[in-house]
Design a protein around this ligand. Structure first.
Ligand SMILES: Nc1ncnc2c1ncn2[C@@H]1O[C@H](COP(=O)(O)OP(=O)(O)OP(=O)(O)O)[C@@H](O)[C@H]1O
Length: 235
């Protein structure tokens, strides 16, 4: 679903955040991306999602070589195939829950699928809260709105940048359980940056970065295995 091939990213100022990274994320898989602070996790996510352009190398997203696309075609591909969930929720406070969920499709000029949006809000446990404003909801509820919004356009891939980073333990677990269900029941592809070994334990696989390179690729992760590997990598 997403292929990152030999990607190097040198940020302005000369920081080599990614150094020849090759990694693929298959359809219906849930991958956690981990690594020490500054190892290139966010840069990898942004390059894979077409939010940032690699200095060299190739990114294929939903069958398209996105390096070859110029704006606004790149934005159109991203809107059609990608959903995002951020640590800070990024909801629009002046809009209702319902309008927040439909917003990306409206921005994309697509006709919103209202019955799907309604089903998604029910799946994340927010049926009946359509008219509420984000400010009236708890952090966990806001992140669940963000999840419904990320999925409303039926994207093939959902990218999460520390989606549970601002949530308490039990609310974070709820959000991870929902992501897991979206993968298992809807065949979504999830790629999530996290610092939390317990969160990574919900994934099928953990890709570890260190100094802009892939340091390890762990299948069937558990919180314990992940924590041990993290300790080794930060030593
Ligand atoms: N826009 C930018 N301009 C210049 N340097 C940047 C930019 N974005 C990231 N960097 C640098 O690139 C390196 C990798 O950053 P990145 O945010 O990808 O790491 P990370 O693993 O996500 O870190 P963290 O866990 O702290 O969020 C760091 O040295 C960072 O300072």
């Amino acid at each position: 679903m997403v292929e990152v091939v030999g990607v190097t990213k040198v940020h302005p100022g000369g920081v080599r955040a990614l150094d020849g990274v090759t990694v693929g994320f298959g359809q219906g898989s849930f991958t956690a991306v981990m690594g020490p602070s500054g190892s290139g996790k966010s840069t990898l996510l942004h390059c894979a999602a077409g939010l940032d352009r690699p200095t060299s190398g190739q990114v294929v997203l939903a069958g398209q070589d996105i390096g070859a696309l110029r704006e606004p075609k790149l934005t159109a591909v991203r809107r059609a195939h990608v959903g995002f969930v951020f640590q800070s929720f990024n909801l629009v406070d002046s809009l209702s829950v319902w309008d927040n969920v439909l917003l990306p499709q409206q921005l994309a000029g697509a006709r919103p699928d209202r019955s799907w949006a309604k089903e998604l809000l029910a799946r994340v446990g927010l049926a009946g809260r359509e008219k509420a404003r984000p400010g009236e909801l708890s952090g966990g509820q806001q992140q669940r709105v963000a999840l419904a919004r990320a999925l409303a356009g039926r994207p093939e891939v959902i990218f999460g940048d520390e989606p549970t980073g601002a949530l308490d333990l039990s609310t974070g677990r709820e959000v991870l359980g929902l992501l897991r269900r979206f993968v298992d029941e809807l065949g979504a592809t999830v790629v999530m940056v996290t610092h939390d070994p317990a969160a990574a334990g919900w994934a099928d696989r953990v890709v570890f970065l260190a100094d802009g390179r892939i340091a390890d690729d762990m299948a069937a992760p558990t919180a314990e295995k992940v924590a041990t590997r993290m300790m080794e990598l930060t030593r």
